[in-house]
Design a protein around this ligand. Structure first.
Ligand code: R5P
Length: 291
C-alpha cells in the first residue's frame, strides 16, 4: 500500500493528490520546542509500505531538518521506500559559484536530499546551467511539467493572448505553453543587477497591441522581474498583462508591489500555497507518483 504524508501546511494539496491516486493519508506530528528544535512523530503504521511526504521547498531552511528526521525515522520503522514530493524544489538557482568562496547550494542541497530520500518528484525545477535533475541528484527523480495545465488555463480564460517570457531562461516554459495554447510568443532580455534590481528590454511587439500579454515565468520571488516587464509593456502601449508564475514564492511585499505595478490578473500553480493559485497540478503529481 502507498501512504501519503503532508508536511504541515501541505494538507490541502495532499488531500487533492490522495483523491487522484487513491492512496492512504498518513498521520504525522511535527512539534516545535520553545528553543527552536523540532520533533517528528510518524503516527501511522508504515512497515513495508511505499510512503511519500508532500512538502514544497519554498523557505527550505526551516523544513530541511524535520524532513531529514522524517525520512530517517520512516526507514527505521520499515518503510519500503520514502519519496519526497516537493512541488517546488528550492535551491536550484545557485547553480554555479558566482563569486569566490560562495557555496554551490544547488549541489549541496541535492546531496542532502539524495542521502535521505529514495526518490524525488517535483514540478518544473529551475534548470538553467543544469540540463536535468540527474546531473545533480543521485536518486531517481521525476519532473512534472505544468505547461499543459497553464496552456489550458490560458485557453479557458484569456482572449487573444500573446505570451511573453521575461528572459532567455523562460524560453523553455513560454515556448511550450505557447505551442500548447496555439498563441504567439516573444522572449525579452533581462539584466539582473541585484536581488531587487532588474532591467528588462522589450523587442518589437507593436504587432501585438490588440492582444492580451500573458507573462509566464517559473518563479515569482521578489516579483521585480514581472514588475519591470509590466512597466516596459505599459510604456510600449500594451494592454495590462496577465502574470502567470508556476511557483508563487512572493517574498516580502512582492505580491502587493506586483498588483500596484499595473499588472492585470496574477495567477499561479498550486505548487506553493498562495491566494493566486488557480492552476491545479495535484493530478499531475499523483500520476507521477503512480509511476
Ligand atoms: C530566474 O531566472 C527565474 O526564472 C525568475 O525569472 C526569477 O527567479 C524571478 O525572480 P524575481 O521575482 O525575484 O524577479
Amino acid at each position: 500500500m502507498r501512504i501519503l504524508f503532508a508536511y504541515p501546511g501541505a494538507e490541502r494539496l495532499a488531500d487533492m493528490l490522495a483523491n487522484h491516486s487513491r492512496c492512504e493519508r498518513g498521520a504525522l506530528n511535527l512539534h516545535r520546542f520553545p528553543d527552536g528544535e523540532s520533533l517528528i512523530q510518524i503516527q501511522s503504521d508504515i512497515k513495508s509500505h511505499e510512503i511519500a511526504i508532500l512538502c514544497s521547498l519554498d523557505r527550505p531552511d526551516d523544513k530541511a531538518v524535520p524532513l531529514m528526521f522524517f525520512a530517517q525515522t520512516a526507514k527505521e520503522f520499515g518503510a519500503k521506500s520514502v519519496t519526497l514530493i516537493a512541488p517546488y524544489l528550492g535551491y536550484m538557482r545557485q547553480d554555479k559559484r558566482f563569486h569566490e568562496g560562495e557555496a554551490v547550494t544547488s549541489a549541496i542541497f541535492a546531496s542532502f536530499l539524495s542521502e535521505n530520500f529514495d526518490s524525488l518528484i517535483t514540478v518544473d525545477p529551475h534548470l538553467h546551467r543544469y540540463k536535468n535533475l540527474n546531473e545533480l541528484y543521485t536518486i531517481p527523480t521525476k519532473t512534472v511539467h505544468a505547461s499543459g495545465a497553464i496552456a489550458d488555463w490560458i485557453g479557458e480564460n484569456i482572449k487573444n493572448p500573446v505570451l511573453i517570457g521575461p528572459d532567455e531562461e523562460s524560453d523553455q516554459w513560454v515556448s511550450k505553453v505557447a505551442q500548447k495554447a496555439e498563441a504567439p510568443y516573444a522572449v525579452l532580455q533581462k539584466t539582473r543587477r541585484g536581488d531587487t534590481q532588474v532591467e528588462i528590454s522589450v523587442p518589437e511587439i507593436d504587432k501585438y497591441k490588440d492582444h492580451t500579454p500573458v507573462l509566464v515565468d517559473d518563479i515569482i520571488s521578489t516579483a521585480r522581474t514581472m514588475i519591470e516587464t509590466v512597466k516596459r509593456l505599459k510604456r510600449a502601449g500594451m494592454n495590462p498583462p496577465v502574470c502567470i508564475g508556476v511557483h508563487a514564492l512572493f517574498a516580502g511585499d512582492a505580491f502587493e508591489a506586483l498588483k500596484q505595478s499595473g499588472a492585470g490578473r496574477v495567477v499561479s500553480c498550486n505548487t506553493v500555497a498562495h491566494e493566486t493559485n488557480a492552476i491545479d497540478v495535484s493530478g499531475l503529481l499523483a500520476a507521477a507518483w503512480k509511476g
